[in-house]
Design a protein around this ligand. Structure first.
Ligand code: MD6
Ligand code: FE
Length: 212
């Protein structure tokens, strides 16, 4: 099932400004995974270092004009992959189109992302609570696509101390958030072991942004 009787994705409001479109990416799942393989062949997954010196458990790569990077000197968007010293791979058309149409369905017209961070979670990995605030124009939303193993997303408020709610994210789910939710703290709980028919023991997450 990719949606309801009328062909719409199932829509759930997580918070004001945050919409979950369940199954929205399902019609494109294999094309998205093939595109991830193409990106990985140019810019491999790697474990970045936080400014505090910790190795991130989630493996990352990216595509587009810029992608998010972290090292001892801080977080930023960079137009070159620091590992390959080349430009990031171009954003595949299937990525751009899905991000733009999902954003429009959630109420954010004319979203044209220039950055896509690709995260790979293996069982036992997690993403600690954080805010996405390295983008220049915070009036633009973030579009997040989940593929492979399910995960539990934590969604809090604008302060770290705001108690987060837990939102299960499954293969094909798309979250669009912006407006009053744009600076909400969020994270991903430790990934449980499992096997997905298309990705094996992995979860991938794509986050699309207008970064520059
Ligand atoms: C993830 N996502 O789902 C990590 N950030 O693997 C994020 O950090 C994220 O899903 C901003 C907006 C949506 C997200
Ligand atoms: Fe985030």
């Amino acid at each position: 099932m990719t949606g309801d009787l009328f062909g719409h994705a199932q829509r759930e409001t997580i918070a004001e400004g945050a919409v979950l479109l369940r199954g929205r990416a399902l019609p494109h799942d294999q094309a998205l995974l093939d595109a991830i393989a193409g990106i990985e062949a140019i810019s491999p997954f790697r474990h970045m270092t936080t400014p505090g010196g910790y190795r991130m458990s989630v493996a990352m790569t990216g595509c587009g004009t810029a992608s998010w990077v972290s090292d001892r000197s801080g977080y930023r968007y960079a137009c070159r992959d620091p590992e390959t010293r080349q430009a990031w791979p171009a954003m595949p058309a299937v990525f751009r189109t899905l991000a733009g149409t999902a954003a429009a369905e959630a109420g954010f017209a004319a979203f044209d992302p220039d950055a896509c961070l690709v995260n790979r979670y293996d069982p036992g990995t997690k993403l600690s609570l954080h805010q996405d605030k390295d983008e220049r124009d915070l009036s633009q939303p973030v579009v997040s696509v989940s593929l492979g193993l399910p995960a539990v997303f934590q969604f809090g408020g604008p302060r770290r101390a705001d108690r987060p709610r837990r939102v299960p994210l499954a293969h094909g789910d798309v979250v669009v958030w912006g407006g009053p939710a744009r600076l909400a703290y969020h994270g991903v709980l430790v990934l449980k072991d499992g096997t997905h028919p298309l990705t094996g023991a992995r979860r991938f997450n794509l986050t699309f942004r207008k970064a520059l």
